[in-house]
Write a protein that binds this ligand. Structure first.
Ligand code: PMP
Length: 411
């Protein structure tokens, strides 16, 4: 409803005309990865047809074009996150690599034996394992803020974990497994009151809501391009100037140096200090085009539309017999995670696929939070602005048929 027409948005995405198993594709696996609009596909082709070169090094026309395109993309990311300067934007492979960069570069310098790092039960494995590894290396302690039965971080419990030993807090802005939106600004402020630095995992947030890193106040923010209509293999770390200036490099090589002799190397300033080797130039340019595309739809419009669509989906899914929604916070974005009585999630996923409906069934790389709800796996339908009310109807009708077939077979 309103000004936002998902059917028009859908036409921007050629893959959504694909047929699978003879059926129209219904893509509801957006939390895993999003589809790409024609504008991004065209931008990649244009780059390779007209601009392709390595950046920064050579003094020829194509190097200048490639460098301009790459740095323009960095500035689009800066604007998208409202970072103060493009120097705050580091290109990486994705959120996973970004979190590992923060853990290894910032963490190695700032974490010592006895220090504490605080995460939450909602985290994706990418925001658990790098901190576990760092803690093991340093003799530091990882502490985990619990969630309530709706899948919301219990703020009082979170605050009880904060103290003089807390060096870093790292939490997700939106849970990939449940969809819960965390009260990020409040959690950042609380961490700062204890002198901790904060990393926010934005992998599931950036495509669903406007993000302003200065307003959030976090020191680090990471996301993956492929979850916001950009290619795979490109992602972003935002770092505050104060932190980046004093952080050591995490990988060594070309591009990241000021001067190299066999005795000593001096490093370049941020962001180049953190971008050793040839970067993923084309896909960074593609990310810039994806952010332009998202801005043309408007994140506030996307947020409003997806909110209505999610409420509709929740209301319809509640009519499916034996369906239990996992994660029932009113503050959710983009994700409907559920189990069906007496059916294995893999089987539900497989049967939906036969009807052309792509959802994810599994643990969503977030085993601890699913186990918190007593399950090893869920069926997850996740939304994007090209999903229509008809897509939800198709999902619900298929689930109803599945349950009807099951009861008629007497299982
Ligand atoms: N954090 C969250 C919340 C995620 O959903 C994901 C991807 N599922 C990641 C981190 C890791 O992103 P990537 O696999 O693109 O590196």
């Amino acid at each position: 409803p309103g000004l936002f027409d998902a059917n028009v948005v859908k036409r921007d995405f050629p893959i959504l005309e694909e047929r699978v198993h003879g059926r129209r594709l219904v893509w509801l696996d957006n939390a895993a990865t999003t589809q790409k609009p024609q504008a991004v596909i065209d931008r990649l082709a244009y780059y390779y047809e007209h601009e392709n070169s390595n950046v920064h090094r050579a003094a020829h026309a194509l190097a200048a074009r490639a460098t301009d395109a790459y740095e323009a993309a960095r500035d689009k990311v800066r604007r998208f996150l409202n970072a103060p300067s493009p120097k705050n934007i580091i290109f990486v492979r994705g959120a996973t690599e970004g979190i590992n960069l923060v853990a290894q570069s910032w963490g190695r310098r700032n974490i010592a034996a006895g220090d504490e790092i605080v995460i939450t039960w909602l985290e994706h494995h990418a925001n658990i394992v790098p901190w576990q590894q760092l803690c093991a290396e340093k003799g530091a302690r990882l502490r985990v803020a619990p969630v309530n039965d709706r899948g919301e971080v219990i703020l009082e419990e979170y605050e009880r974990l904060l103290g003089p030993k807390t060096r870093l807090v790292s939490f997700t802005q939106v849970s990939n497994a449940l969809g819960t939106i965390t009260p990020a600004r409040e959690m950042v402020d609380m961490a700062h009151r204890y002198g901790a630095r904060v990393h926010v995992d934005g992998a599931q947030a950036v495509s669903h809501m406007p993000v302003d890193v200065q307003q959030l106040g976090c020191e680090f923010y990471t996301f993956s391009g492929h979850k916001i209509f950009a290619p795979t293999g490109i992602g972003v770390v935002y770092g505050s100037t104060d932190e980046l200036e004093i952080m050591p490099p995490w990988q060594g090589g070309g591009n990241m140096i000021a001067d190299v002799t066999f005795e000593k190397t001096t490093y370049g300033p941020p962001p180049s200090r953190f971008e050793a080797g040839t970067g993923n130039i084309a896909d960074a340019v593609g990310l810039g085009a994806a952010l332009d595309y998202v801005s043309s739809l408007g994140l506030v419009n996307i947020q409003r539309y997806e909110h209505e669509l999610r409420l509709y989906a929740e209301e319809r899914l509640a009519r499916v017999p034996g369906l239990r929604m996992i994660g029932t916070s009113p503050e959710k974005a983009g994700v409907l995670s559920f189990v069906l009585d007496g059916l294995r999630t893999e089987d539900v996923g497989g049967l939906l696929d036969q009807e052309g409906i792509a959802v994810r069934s599994g643990h969503h790389c977030a085993q601890p939070i699913l186990r918190r709800f007593g399950v090893e796996s869920t069926v997850r339908a996740s939304l994007a602005p090209y999903n229509t009310y008809e897509d939800i109807d198709a999902l619900v009708a298929a689930l109803l048929r599945l349950q009807a077939g099951r009861s008629s077979r007497g299982i």
